[in-house]
Design a protein around this ligand. Structure first.
Ligand SMILES: [Zn+2]
Ligand SMILES: [Zn+2]
Length: 466
């Protein structure tokens, strides 16, 4: 019964929300969860894959081994007071705008329920709660997958706080994050321009080159950049150092590497054109998600058993106040492709302040634009995820509204429901191992027997900035 842990889980999630921390710096959140899991009798191993704040917590013995993925990092620039329906900064610079205070704590809650289930039913089996750091930036799970944390795991389950109650389906993009640092020669821009070689010119030409490349990429490719060093604020000094950061995304790792090599060539071309040199500095990489329909069906059955969060009138009034801060109308085009009954969801989004039913979805192989480090886990072990309504309709993730709503009863109900659904899905897998066999067969088919190749080279260690 999740009620048994409601108070503890709420306390942990709210504490993490009050202490937002960035990727690989989640010292408070990680310690809070590790200490609690030790008290609960789990065997806790800190510093998973040299991530410092990543950890694993294991209970039980024998097979199957089910991993539950959690996160706990926050976002810079999202300072916001709780429960306030207008942008109003709090005393922290960061904020939990993606609900990871709920994500990690919900997965922890699922682990407790699974432990109780195995214990009460005298079943063999292992549950491994994974505290995964640096999701927003850092690729924590990619290091964990690369360094063998999931080597003995049979199935991984996860969830993400959202606005719908649904099984997550579809894939996500592979992504490579690269810094291009150009070195030139400074000189007086008026007096001796012929002596200068501009690193900023190289950055600009590289960006122009990539903007022409866009016409000749696949539809599932994306490139975006930010100039992180312009070379200074003085127009009369030829800039000797400038740097641009690129995210290069594609539908799978092979395509992503091929696209990255075209971008590298453009950088080299820009250096050649300007008489500068370029350093190509790999920062991090994420694999695409390998979905698993067998496990999606297991989660679907669990969801139907668990039902949806029981929101009351006070929750609805709270959600309505936040929905009112979002003026953009919703149309059918806003409804995710995989939703079975789109008109029903549209009506719910228009008329209700929050999602109050189970949104049925079709299995999907569509690649969503965007990337997650869950992708790397899904290349090592069959993986599936779900969403629960932790926020009302209106604003989406990474918004001040989500930070403000993060400690509400709605958020907590959504988190507790996610723990229940994951635990029920795990129960089916412990008692029906044939589902795991089927999930592994599907995994093999989808990966075509190809070994997982992490996009992050072996020598690159978890880090915060380049
Ligand atoms: Zn996020
Ligand atoms: Zn997130």
């Amino acid at each position: 019964m999740i009620q048994k842990y409601e108070e503890d889980l709420t306390r942990i999630a709210c504490d993490i929300h009050d202490h937002p921390e960035s990727g690989f710096q989640e010292f408070t959140a990680s310690k809070l969860q590790q200490d609690y899991l030790k008290e609960q009798g789990f065997t806790v191993t800190p510093n998973a894959a040299d991530t410092i704040t990543g950890y694993t917590a294991v209970w039980g013995s024998g097979r199957p081994v089910i991993a539950l993925l959690g996160e706990f990092d926050a976002l810079h620039g999202l300072s916001q007071k709780s429960d306030v329906t207008k942008p109003e900064p709090s005393d922290t610079e960061m904020g939990h705008g993606c609900g990871h205070h709920l994500l990690g704590t919900g997965s922890l809650g699922a682990g407790l329920l699974i432990r109780d289930y195995l214990q009460e039913n005298h079943l063999s089996g292992t549950v491994m709660i994974c505290g995964c750091p640096g999701e927003e930036a850092g690729s924590g799970k990619a290091y964990m997958a690369r360094d063998g944390i999931f080597a003995d795991v049979d199935v991984a389950l996860s969830w993400h706080p959202g606005v719908y109650n649904e099984v997550s389906t579809g894939s996500s993009q592979s992504c490579i994050n690269v810094f291009y640092r150009f070195h030139g020669v400074s000189s007086h821009a008026a007096g001796a321009p012929e002596k200068g070689r501009s690193a900023l010119d190289a950055v600009e030409l590289m960006d122009v080159g990539c903007n022409y490349l866009r016409e000749h990429m696949k539809d599932s490719d994306r490139i975006h950049y930010a100039i992180v060093n312009t070379g200074g604020a003085a127009p009369n000094v030829v800039q000797s150092l400038a740097e641009v950061n690129y995210f290069i995304r594609s539908a799978n790792n092979a395509d992503c590497l091929a696209l990255a090599s075209r971008v590298h060539d453009i950088a080299r071309g820009a250096a050649l054109m300007t008489g500068t040199t370029v350093e190509i500095l790999f920062d991090e990489g994420l694999s695409n998600t390998v979905n698993n329909f067998v496990l999606e069906d297991v989660i679907d059955r669990a969801f139907r058993k668990a039902g949806v969060p029981a929101f009351d009138e006070a929750d609805r009034a709270y959600a309505q106040a936040f929905k009112d801060t979002w003026k953009q109308p919703v149309t059918l085009a806003d409804i995710p492709q995989e939703v079975k009954d789109k008109p029903r969801l549209l009506k719910n989004m228009q008329e209700s302040p929050l999602c109050d039913y189970y949104v049925e979805t079709n299995h999907s192989d569509t690649v969503r634009m965007g990337s997650t480090d869950v992708g790397d886990v899904s290349w090592v072990v069959p993986t599936a995820q779900l969403h629960t309504a932790c926020y009302g309709y209106g604003a989406g993730g990474h918004s001040w509204q989500w930070v403000a709503e993060g400690k509400s009863p709605i958020a907590m109900k959504g988190m507790l429901k996610a723990a229940e659904v994951m635990a029920l899905a795990a129960e089916e897998l412990y008692t029906h191992p044939e589902e795991i066999v089927k999930a592994k067969e599907e995994f093999k088919e989808r990966t075509g027997g190809q070994p997982y190749q992490c996009l992050i080279p072996k020598e690159v260690k978890p880090h915060t900035t380049h």
